[in-house]
Design a protein around this ligand. Structure first.
Ligand code: MEV
Length: 436
């Protein structure tokens, strides 16, 4: 293949408008006219909003399918849950799992207050423990200054509620004092509010300690902003042609034990949970990197020296499967992109969320989806394996990519099964040609 050479030094790329950048990219990267049109079409959703959210150097919008997970009952209320994800089986798994949980009342949730932690790193302090105490003595003053920054948050009952101070006595750069603000961010994700407070307080913190305030930034280990969900999956509803309900329950318990005993498995186990949580996060334009960072660090720190499952699985006295999930979820309805992205706005409407309190409700919904997703993955893994379901969906996508629609897709799928064929592009194409 002829390797194309490009020069990535482009002066003033950021000054061009989207259309000019698209044109330039066409020239530089040999994009076809169809490809250029594809980029142009992709931005229409943000253009339509009239206040499109563009990042620096935008040339298009990366689109990901938006699906709806049905069957969810959470705290005795039904929800239709928007999920944006490129992996074909995720929405189907959440939907099927929610159907089983529904048989025993669905998901039940709880949360802590939406408290985020802001960190101020204080360096060059010869007497760090003394400085720690001095900061704690001035807690009231520190809170007052922090709260001057956000009168609206205060009006809604949020704001800085307290401080914590810790000494890191032995870093490679010597001792450091870390002042932490505990900020109730109400319906916001909170990064902006907390970072502004951090910066305003840092001057006073320097004066109190005589040190130098270096980093002033929110912590994504949001372990004071926890949500929980639980559900029962009845053994009788887990039976299949090949497996008894008891066998499925025991298989899932063994799968869970594997995750708790081995971080290599646990990473994948938790990834499966995040498949669902991230998909809701994306559909509602949340900062999913913050969510991921928080979830995995929580999994790594809730039990010291151990990377653990975000879920637990047990068998109750009737032999049914009981699942729980607990994790930090920093999600918001106000501020950020969520407030302006047209699809996020539609997602909020579908979820029927409102302010105040909508952010906590969203976090609880996400926890329920994470639990459902984990159940779906473990049930498949502990029985037929995940490839059967994946491959069916993959075959559907391959057929659709060839132009097959509706009934034709179903016919192709049943012939693949009937003939016991491998799901490959060539096999699907051959059947498609035959049926056409
Ligand atoms: C795939 O995206 C997710 C799973 O690997 C999760 C798991 O193994 O538990 C199926």
């Amino acid at each position: 293949m002829n390797k194309r050479k490009i020069n990535s030094r482009i002066t003033g790329f950021f000054k061009k408008n989207v259309e000019e950048r698209q044109k330039l990219m066409k020239e530089l990267c040999n994009l076809s006219s169809d490809e250029l049109q594809c980029l142009k079409d992709s931005t229409s959703i943000l253009d339509k909003a009239g206040h499109g959210h563009y990042i620096e150097n935008t040339i298009g919008v990366m689109q990901i399918p938006l699906g709806i997970a049905t069957n969810f009952t959470i705290n005795k209320k039904d929800y239709l849950i928007p999920m944006a994800v490129e992996e074909a089986s995720v929405v189907a798994a959440a939907t099927n799992s929610a159907k089983v949980a529904r048989e025993s009342g669905g998901f039940f949730t709880s949360n802590t207050a939406p408290i985020m932690i802001g960190q101020i790193q204080l360096t060059d302090i010869p007497d760090p423990f003394n400085a720690r105490n001095k900061l704690l003595e001035k807690e009231k003053e520190i809170i007052e200054i922090a709260n001057l920054q956000d009168p609206i948050l205060l009006k809604f009952g949020g704001g800085c509620k307290g401080i914590m101070v810790k000494v890191l006595p032995d870093t490679p750069q010597g001792a450091m004092v870390i002042l932490e603000l505990l900020v109730d961010v109400r319906d916001a994700m909170g990064a902006n509010a907390v970072n502004t407070m951090n910066e305003s307080v840092s001057i006073l913190a320097q004066e109190i300690t005589g040190g130098k305030a270096l980093l002033r930034i929110i912590s994504n280990l949001a372990d004071k902003r926890i949500v929980r969900a639980r559900a029962i999956f009845k053994k009788d509803d887990l039976a299949t042609k090949e497996f008894r309900g008891e066998e499925v329950v025991d298989g899932i318990l063994k799968a869970y034990a594997f995750a708790e005993a081995d971080p290599y498995r646990c990473a994948t186990h938790n990834k499966g949970i995040m498949n669902g949580i991230d998909a809701v996060a994306l559909a509602t334009a949340q900062d999913w990197r913050a969510i991921e960072a928080g979830a995995h660090t929580y999994a790594a720190t809730k039990i010291p020296e151990k990377y653990s499952s975000l879920t637990t699985w047990e068998k109750n006295n009737t032999g049914d499967l009981v699942g729980t999930i607990e994790l930090p979820l920093a999600v918001g309805l106000v501020g950020g992109v969520a407030r302006i992205h047209p699809i996020a706005q539609i997602s909020f409407k579908i979820l029927n969320l409102s302010i105040p309190g909508g952010a906590l409700e969203l976090a609880e919904i996400m926890a329920a989806v994470g639990l459902a997703q984990n159940f779906g993955a473990l049930r498949a893994l502990a029985t037929v394996g995940i490839q059967t379901g994946h491959m069916k969906l993959h075959a559907r996508n391959l057929a659709a990519s060839l132009g097959a629609k509706g009934e034709m897709i179903e016919k192709i799928l049943s012939l693949v099964e009937e003939r016991n064929l491998k799901v490959t592009f060539d096999n699907i194409k051959e059947i498609y040609e035959e049926l056409k």
